[in-house]
Structure formats: C-alpha cells, structure tokens
Write a protein that binds this ligand. Sequence first.
Ligand code: AMP
Ligand code: ZN
Length: 458
Amino acid sequence: MTEILLYNTKTRTKERFEPLDPGNVRMYVCGPTVYDRAHVGNARPAVVFDTLFRFLRFVYGEDHVKYVRNFTDVDDKINARAAETGRPIREITDETIQWYLDDMAELGVLDPTETPRATAYVPQMVAMIEVLIESGHAYEAEGHVLFRVESYPQYGSLSGRTVDDMIAGARVEIAPYKDNPMDFVLWKPSHEGVPGWESPWGLGRPGWHIECSAMALELLGKTFDIHGGGNDLTFPHHENEIAQSMCACPEGGFARVWMHNEMLQVEGRKMAKSAGNFFTVRDLLDRGIPGEVIRFVFLSTHYRRPMDWSEKKRREAEATLRKWYGQAMHAKNGAEPDLAVVSALANDLNTAGAIAELHRLSRENDADGLRAGLHMLGLMGDQVPSWVADEQLSDEVLALVDRLLKERSDARAAKDFVRADALRDGFAAAGLIVKDTPDGVVWETSADFSPATLEALR
Ligand code: AMP
Ligand code: ZN
C-alpha cells in the first residue's frame, strides 16, 4: 500500500499516515457559513480536501473513506442577512447551500460522504454541553453556557500558544458573565427574531465551535483520522473543538491529524472588500473561466503555502490544460496513474509536484499517463471538458506542429537561420507559442491560434 505522509499541525511534523481502520478512513473538514456566495478563498479548503479525499479513495478504496464537511447554518451573520432582506432564514440557507454545491461541483469537488447542517444536530450539541457541565468543564451564567478554559490544561497546544499569549493576541470578548475572558460560549440565549431551541438553559442557540464537535462525534466517532480547515481556524475554532471534544469524551482522542490550508490572496494582496479585489467563485465562472482552470491554479501551489490568484496564472493554466486535454483526449480511460504522480501526492499532498510530473508526461507524449494524472487531480472525468472538446486540435494539426518543430530544429542544426527564423516568425503569426526549455521544446496554442497560417508554412 502507498505510504502517505501528512503534515500534522498538532505535532508540527510530517508524519506517516496510519488510519485507525483502513476499511473506514474518516475525515472532518469545517465547511462554510451559509449566508452568501463562496468567495475564491472559501473554495481553497474545498478543493484541497477534495483532492485529499480523492487520493485517500484511490489508496484505500472508494467505499472506505468517510468525509464529512458541514454547513454552518446558524450564525449571527445569517440572522443579520435575514433581518436586512426580510427573508426567512431557511430560505437564505437553503439557497446558499445549493449555490455552494453548484459552484464547488464546477471546480470538480465531489460531494463529501456527508454534508450535515448544524441545525439538524442541536440535540447532540445540547447533550454534549450537559456532559461538559456535569464534569465541571462548563458553567451556566445569565442564560449562557461557557466552557471553562482553565479546566483543560492542554488548551492552546494545537496552535502552540499559552493561555496568556492567547489573551494578549486575540480579540477575546470580555463579558461580565465570564469567569475568565478566555472562556468561550457553548450556548447563548435567543430573543425575538433569532432562531432558538428549548434547552435546560432556556430558549437559546449554540455557539459556533460546539457544532463541529457534536457533528464529528455523531458521524465519525470519538476518535477519527483527519480534521481539516483553513489555518485561520486553528485558533480559536479548532482549539475550542479539541477542548470540548476531549473533555466531553476523555476516552477518545478526537482528530489524530490536523491539516490546515494556507490562505488565498489576489495579485499578491490580501483579499478584502475594502481593497476592491474581492470576488466569488461564481464571478469567475460567469467571466467564462472554466472550473478546471480555477482548480488547476489552486493545485499549482502546495496547500501549506499562501496561494496567489492572478490573471497571469489563469492564462497559463488555461493554455496548459488546453494542450494536455488535447493530448489526453484520445488516450484510454482507466489507466493506472504514473508512480511519480502518486508519490508526489503521497508526500503531504504535493499537488504542485504532481503537476510538474504531468508536465513531464506531456513532454514524453504519454497520453495515458497524462489522462490518469488529470483524473487523479480531479481535473478530468470520463471525457475532456466541453470547452476544449469543441475546439480541439485535430490529429492533422498535431502532426503538422510536430513536423514544423522538427524542421526548425533541423534548420538550426544545419545553420539555415533564414529558414529557422521564418518558421519562428510563422509560429508567432499562427498563435503557436514555442519555448525552448532545458527539458526540450514545449509549445501551446494561444487563444487566436490559426491552423491555416501554420499550414502555409509548409
Ligand atoms: P467561513 O465560511 O468563513 O467559515 O470559511 C469557510 C472556509 O474557508 C474555512 O475553512 C476558512 O478557513 C476558509 N477560508 C476563508 N478565507 C480564506 C482564504 N482567503 N483563503 C483560504 N481559505 C479561506
Ligand atoms: Zn469546525
């Protein structure tokens, strides 16, 4: 079996991944809060963990991986959106969930095994909070229930901070009902106009963190293999999930491996509405950018590095994919993926390394390997995407390009620079971009590629 290495935020090392049960590998990833379209940054964890899900299914078998990604459908941002628009909460969350699923599907993101909505697990959250109160890890104050951070000495170990660091560094909410400013909310009272559930502490609603602990317990058990999310969630969200789950189920171990993707930026800057560089996945799709191109740009950067979305990368990704699909289109389906592609992914999901291997397979004209690799990365299903299939280079054109490239290198070898330069200029005029690299000649077609102009060069 393929040996997989994963970087574990908890131990700050790359570790050999050994699932508790290879017949049932279990992963939980924090999903979106559903009040608006997903921005491009939100899509990064969806694509990263989808790629991991696909890879785990490849290694352990399709039916042996359980992937849970939740929808946070109870949140003050959702309440605010309902108040602003006068629309019912359920209508907003249903609509946003469907948008999210549609947008992610365009990026080749498979449906996880389970996509629970937080509001369907309130009884489980209440039960967990009751256990925490009984065991002295939580207390009730003014209709709130708070987790007592001091009751869990390992608090802060995921992010490697002490409680004092955290107080200094975080915007902790100081509230009169808290024994300690770090204590966080498990349950809070509801009032007119916001959702509420009956509970031992009156009509109220859950705090954010408890939902993931309750859903992970219900769907994956007390100990499971991988927990993922963006690195903005490490503290406080994941720290709080660990504290709740470990105190409610001390006999369990909660998540064994913690994985965090770095943030996405736009043209080298943090994405923000105020910076005017904020856009959604749907904005990109509406501009006619194919989902595969977006996914390719994402996967070109390793998930633990900051990723930059740029127009230049988008253009390059499109040209590369166009060429690769052209090569892969006549290859057979279901070929075994190249070993080097598998090894790259097994090495802490090195998607950038896997893409480098696809470049090699393309140069070697290994169409079967290329196709299997594209499939492995979620960039190709049973067929090439329609945006390429409709404008495919025919076999004749591919043969013509090969012949003209060979002619150019022969002309150079024979020092016939007149002919070599004429070919170079002709390629440019035809929209054929030819580059000499240390590994040989690579080429791609630009958007205004003209086979007729190329034909005239013969
Ligand atoms: P939210 O809906 O804000 O809870 O975010 C959903 C997911 O998107 C979380 O896993 C976040 O860590 C992740 N996320 C938010 N912003 C970015 C970003 N700029 N880059 C990468 N991931 C992000
Ligand atoms: Zn979570």
